[in-house]
Design a protein around this ligand. Structure first.
Ligand SMILES: NC(=O)c1ccc[n+]([C@@H]2O[C@H](COP(=O)([O-])OP(=O)(O)OC[C@H]3O[C@@H](n4cnc5c(N)ncnc54)[C@H](OP(=O)(O)O)[C@@H]3O)[C@@H](O)[C@H]2O)c1
Length: 305
């Protein structure tokens, strides 16, 4: 079956923007709901993309949006939540309650095809609230009767607008040294263009239904190496000082208390207790060809310096 119209939830963000562009290039109609119009305004230039301000946690709103599509892509995710057991309220709302509500709404509307964004290493007994709540939401969708779900689990994603390498590049323009928690944690960064293409390729591919895919780049790096590369490419290399665990935790706690976006939380440190690299538990997407970080990051980090 050809799926021609997509509700792209979380489409205004970093990865969603790339998926929206590729859905549009493939000739599909796309609806991107957002809580704040200005977050998605840049998508309005794409001819088949319609941006709409909507509360997707409201079942009636979701019902209206689903009337106009045959496919749902869910990218909604948050990085921080105040601690609670088994996970905090923000994780519950974004990672668990929303997939549950989506599964119910799709059933009401006879929508079968759902592509979902999980995260590498998500596990119900994982070390962080992020990991556990991501696993719970993914499981709800995979277990939903009658849905045709594909779930993707990327490592950290890089690309011109990322908030990972760009953040470390920026911090090195401001600070003389880089005190770093989790400095030895390992990552296998994956390019946003590869992630977006895998989503779009999977939509009409029946072989991907009911499957979970890991998405990783060609190389593994310790976090300290990634910070060094971000500094090198942007022209501001600073010494990286790996923090002992208890100081990293104290630093993260203080960052959580600061106003504005949280740079690092205790839960992020908990996530890093487990390396964020391919586990082999799930395959890579079909025809996967990963773009090396070295082929892309120098250009955008130099430009942003
Ligand atoms: N970036 C990475 O390195 C990475 C790695 C692994 C997995 N992931 C997963 O990939 C997904 C997308 O990541 P991203 O980097 O593109 O994130 P992003 O740039 O922060 O975008 C997040 C999107 O989710 C929406 N959103 C966030 N919280 C919401 C809430 N409570 N209710 C409704 N909408 C909400 C935002 O919509 P508004 O327009 O309404 O703000 C935005 O469109 C997430 O699920 C993330 O966990 C990302």
């Amino acid at each position: 079956m050809h799926h021609s119209s997509v509700l792209l939830i979380g489409g205004s963000g970093f990865i969603g923007t790339h998926i929206a562009a590729r859905l549009c290039a493939s000739g599909r109609q796309v609806i991107v709901p957002t809580r704040r119009y200005h977050r998605a305004r840049h998508l309005q230039v794409l001819p088949t993309v319609q941006v709409t301000v909507a509360d997707i946690h409201d079942p009636a709103t979701l019902d209206k949006l689903l009337q106009r599509v045959d496919t749902v892509i869910n990218l909604v995710g948050v990085l921080h939540s105040w601690p609670a057991k088994p996970w905090g309220a923000a994780f519950e709302r974004a990672h668990v309650a929303l997939p549950r509500m989506l599964a119910q709404a799709c059933a009401r509307h006879g929508i079968k095809r759902v592509l979902h964004m999980s995260a590498l290493g998500a596990a119900i007994d994982g070390p962080s609230m992020y990991s556990r709540s991501k696993a719970a939401g993914e499981r709800i969708l995979l277990d939903a009767k009658d849905l045709q779900v594909t779930s993707f689990r990327p490592s950290v994603v890089f690309g011109a607008e990322d908030s990972f390498l760009n953040l470390f590049a920026k911090l090195q323009t401001l600070a003389p040294v880089m005190p770093l928690g989790g400095a030895d944690a390992r990552f296998q960064p994956v390019y946003v263009g590869d992630v977006a293409q895998a989503f779009v390729d999977a939509i009409d591919d029946p072989g991907t239904v009911g499957r979970v895919y890991e998405m990783v780049g060609p190389r593994q790096y310790a976090l300290r190496e990634l910070v060094r590369l971000a500094g090198e490419y942007s022209g501001h290399v600073r010494p990286v000082i790996g923090l002992p665990r208890w100081i990293a935790r104290l630093q993260a706690f203080m960052l959580e208390l600061l106003p504005g976006p949280t740079l690092m939380s205790r839960d992020n440190l908990d996530s890093m207790k487990q390396d964020n690299v391919a586990t082999g538990q799930y395959p890579l997407p079909p025809h996967w060809q990963a773009t090396p970080l070295e082929a892309v990051a120098p250009d955008y980090l130099r430009a942003g310096a």
